[in-house]
Structures are given as structure tokens and as C-alpha cells.
Write a protein that binds this ligand. Structure first.
Ligand code: URA
Length: 208
């Protein structure tokens, strides 16, 4: 599936503040939430609707309501947590699953440390949250994990992706819709996206 890069001026404006090393944690957190909300809008544009009869104060008329599956939103810990409220602002009834993965800094491979998914995840549209799609190894692991739990519809929201990460997901999980604010130039030798925004978790939570 082709990757969707959201070029909307609001997204790009907020992203430039996220990239700025001098943006403080308090603003960074808010901006991640706002960008995620805008990505959610884009990522859900194909949700099916069906007309239901609505009684307005004047008459009854058929109006569209979202039909089909309900949503499970699954942040990949810890940085994905920063994106959660952005999705829930628009999809308040979503169930939430947590996927705890960290990246082994030597092998760059994902290590699972905590997984708690909604019991009915197989019946839901899954939205995975991972702000930095770098090598894509952790994210591909998370996609496989929700698929193993029965999910058949998976969307991935990331703030910034590296070309390598996009290619990883597209080749291993071609059915997954990827929505990002930007696809950056490359990964550096330490696995960071450049120009990127640094370590999303550290910048969200003020750790270093
Ligand atoms: N994770 C981050 O937080 N930043 C990167 O640039 C790559 C992975």
C-alpha cells in the first residue's frame, strides 16, 4: 500500500517545531498530540459509513454514520504513548492496547517486555502508534503481534519515517496503511532518523 505523507500546512508547521531542538518538553508533548490528531483524520478517511435516519428539529433525513468495525488503538511503548490522546480526541470510544518493545541498541532488533491487547482486537480496526519509523523492525514486530492476535485491518501512524522503515513495513506487511507527517532522508549509523527530531521518548518525557 502506498505511504500517505500528510503535507497539510498545519502538520508541517507543527512538525518543524517538533524538529527544533529548543522546543521544550511541554510544547513537544502537545505538538505530538496535535500532529497525531491530524494524522488520525487522514488515516480514517476510508472508514465506511452507512446512512441512518436522523430526526432533525425539522424533518427525518438519512445521514451518514461510521459503520463497520470499532477501533483499537495500540501505542508502542514508550514513545507511542505520546500519540495516544491525539487519536482518542477524535475516536473517544476506541479500546487501547499496549505494546512494550525496546530496541536493542546493538542489534537494533525489537525486544518485547509488555503486551496487553483488547480481548476482541481481532474484531477491530487497529491503529498502531509509533512516532519514529526508523529501521521499522520494532514496528513490523508490533504489526505481526496484532496480526497474530487476529487483527486483519492495521493502520500505522508515525510522525517521521525513514525510507528504510517504510520499505520494511511495505515489504513485510503490504496490507498496512502507513500515514506519516514526513519521510526523512535516512538513518544515521546509530539508527536515528536524520534530520529527524532526536529521541522521541526522551523529548516527550524529558529523560536523557
Ligand atoms: N527513535 C527515535 O526516537 N528517534 C529516531 O530518530 C529513531 C528512533
Amino acid at each position: 500500500m502506498p505511504v500517505i505523507e500528510v503535507k497539510h500546512p498545519l502538520v508541517q508547521h507543527k512538525l518543524s517545531y517538533l524538529r527544533d531542538k529548543d522546543t521544550p518538553t511541554v510544547h513537544f508533548r502537545k505538538l505530538v498530540e496535535e500532529v497525531t490528531l491530524l494524522l488520525t483524520y487522514e488515516a480514517t478517511k476510508d472508514l465506511p459509513t452507512e446512512d441512518v435516519d436522523i430526526e432533525t428539529p425539522l424533518e427525518v433525513a438519512p445521514m451518514p454514520r461510521i459503520s463497520g468495525k470499532k477501533v483499537a488503538v495500540c501505542p508502542i511503548l514508550r514513545a507511542g504513548l505520546g500519540m495516544l490522546d491525539g487519536v482518542l480526541t477524535l475516536i473517544s470510544g476506541a479500546r487501547v492496547g499496549f505494546i512494550g518493545l525496546y530496541r536493542d541498541e546493538e542489534t537494533l532488533q525489537p525486544v518485547e517486555y509488555y503486551v496487553k491487547l483488547p480481548q476482541d482486537v481481532a474484531d477491530r480496526d487497529v491503529i498502531l502508534l509509533d512516532p519514529m519509523l526508523a529501521t521499522g523492525n520494532s514496528t513490523a514486530h508490533a504489526v505481526q503481534l496484532v496480526k497474530d492476535a487476529g487483527a486483519t485491518s492495521v493502520r500505522l501512524l508515525a510522525i517521521i519515517a525513514a525510507p528504510e522503515g517504510v520499505e520494511n513495513i511495505q515489504s513485510n506487511h503490504p496490507d498496512v496503511m502507513i500515514v506519516v507527517a514526513a519521510i526523512d532522508r535516512a538513518l544515521n549509523e546509530k539508527g536515528y532518523i536524520v534530520p529527524g527530531l532526536g529521541d522521541a521518548g526522551d523529548r516527550l518525557y524529558g529523560t536523557k
